[in-house]
Design a protein around this ligand. Structure first.
Ligand code: CUA
Length: 179
């Protein structure tokens, strides 16, 4: 049977299952099951799937919490827009919000200390992608995503938005320092 000519038999699909076809169905099924069980396995033993919690929160409320942290722990400002650099105490709850088209504020964390990182969006969906690590989180308005983070490498990290959020999407870059 060719793909160009119509099939010679009109009811062409009513055939007994060929052994080869059955073998491929079995292979595909087994492979799908392997991948299915690898998901929880990777979550526990892999490095890229973060355990997170999500809670409902209004944009105003999240902004208020972020602002409280900024007012308490800002150590300096950076860039032309005077974005506050916040150095919160180790072990505390820290906040970063995404909005058109910026991440706010800049966080400065201490190496090998744990924090509860809260993320939320003020307007549309954004993506929190921490470069150059392999960390990606969806940031949604109306929800806060909470992740326990323990930065283990000093450096200056970029937060890139990886969900298309409009004309300024490519300029939506934040910063995170680990000292
Ligand atoms: Cu925010 Cu793309």
């Amino acid at each position: 049977m060719s793909a160009i000519q119509p099939p010679s038999k009109r009811i062409w699909w009513k055939e007994p299952l060929d052994r080869v076809e059955l073998a491929w169905i079995a292979i595909a099924l087994v492979w799908a099951l392997i991948l299915f069980f690898m998901m929880p396995y990777w979550h526990v033993f892999g490095k890229q799937n973060l355990s997170n919690e999500a809670y409902r929160i209004s944009a105003e409320n999240f902004q208020k919490k972020t602002q409280e942290m900024v007012e308490k722990f800002t150590v300096r400002t950076e860039t032309d827009q005077n974005i506050p650099v916040v150095h919160p105490p180790a072990g505390s709850d820290i906040y970063m919000l995404g909005r058109l088209w910026a991440w706010y504020p800049i966080l400065e964390l201490e190496k090998d200390k744990s924090y509860r990182l809260h993320l939320s969006a003020m307007d549309y969906q954004h993506g929190f992608s921490l470069q150059p690590t392999n960390i990606n989180l969806q940031v949604l308005p109306g929800y806060e995503m909470v992740v326990t983070v323990t930065p283990n490498k000093e450096g200056s990290y970029s937060v890139v938005c990886n969900e298309y959020c409009g004309i300024g999407h490519h300029t939506m870059i934040g910063r995170l320092y680990v000292k």
